[in-house]
Design a protein around this ligand. Structure first.
Ligand code: ZN
Length: 283
């Protein structure tokens, strides 16, 4: 019945969490494997954001029954703007048209969304125009930049967007405030266990999210151990010795493996954090 692959399933779970937590960011970069197939998932994300009939999003077959979702499906929703490269690049003139649209008040009293398809093809002046948009976010406007390679995006744009990925090789990256909170929690000895319930309820609320987030942290630890100059989380990592970071990395790896078996998630979490604490206390 489902047309989504496993990676897609993870992606849907992640966007479900984002939307149901109400923490929708004003700008996203979504890395896709392929523009045609994965664009359906990008649209699912848009539907989740705009749909008023949320109860139908309980499983991965998203709502397509309400008026808003039907209009999005048929590319007729008036407050969804999709921009694609005009020839080889996305030009500034295309974005000025968009800007003009946004000067008019929306009649729908809902968020407005623009999608830049092949966003890595923004030419330089267009990229600077987008950057201005992103620097002065408006409450009701959400930007979604879709690319097959986020590393081709300007650093300044990348740093202003939350990154999501539909590419499994990419370990379903979500590079967000929650990641920073989790890293802070793991690296700061004083806060370890004080905010425990908060962390597990909000940041590691289920298995899929935990795997995605811990894989990212593992990757960041390894990156930090290899080249400290590259890491933007070093203010947290510096609280730990390299020795502890190596041990933390091994613990994450070990526990991610355990999660592949049918373990009780809550007990798994407790054991995971207890292991981190043992490492901390044995120094
Ligand atoms: Zn709907």
């Amino acid at each position: 019945m489902s047309k989504f692959s496993c990676d897609s399933y993870n992606f849907i779970s992640i966007i479900d969490k984002i939307v149901s937590s109400g923490r929708i960011s004003h700008a996203y970069i979504i890395q896709v494997k392929n523009y045609d197939e994965d664009f359906l998932l990008v649209k699912t994300f848009v539907k989740e954001i705009l749909c008023k009939d949320k109860k139908t999003f309980n499983d991965i077959s998203s709502c397509s029954s309400c008026n808003i979702c039907s209009l999005i499906d048929s590319d007729n929703y008036p407050d969804l703007f999709i921009i694609e490269p005009d020839g080889k690049e996305i030009k500034k003139s295309q974005l000025l048209g968009l800007q003009k649209e946004f000067q008019n008040k929306s009649l729908l009293e809902n968020k407005r969304v623009y999608i830049l398809k092949e966003a890595d093809k923004l030419n330089e002046t267009a990229a600077n125009t987008i950057l201005k948009f992103l620097e002065e976010p408006s409450n009701d406007i959400i930007a979604i930049l879709v690319t097959t390679n986020r590393y081709r995006m300007m650093e300044t744009i990348l740093s202003r967007c939350q990154v999501l990925s539909i590419d499994s090789k990419d370990s379903e990256v979500i590079y967000d405030n929650e990641i920073a909170d989790l890293i802070n929690f793991m690296c700061d000895g004083d806060s370890l266990f004080i905010n425990y319930n908060d962390i597990i309820n909000n940041i590691l609320s289920d298995k899929v999210i935990a795997v995605a987030r811990l894989k990212i942290i593992e990757e960041l630890f390894v990156q930090y151990l290899t080249d400290k100059s590259l890491n933007s989380f070093d203010k947290y990592f510096l609280k730990l010795s390299d020795d502890i970071i190596v041990k933390y990395t091994l613990i994450i790896e070990e526990y991610l493996k355990k999660l592949e078996y049918n373990v009780n998630y809550k007990l798994w979490l407790d054991a995971f954090f207890a292991s981190l604490l043992v490492v901390r206390n044995n120094v």
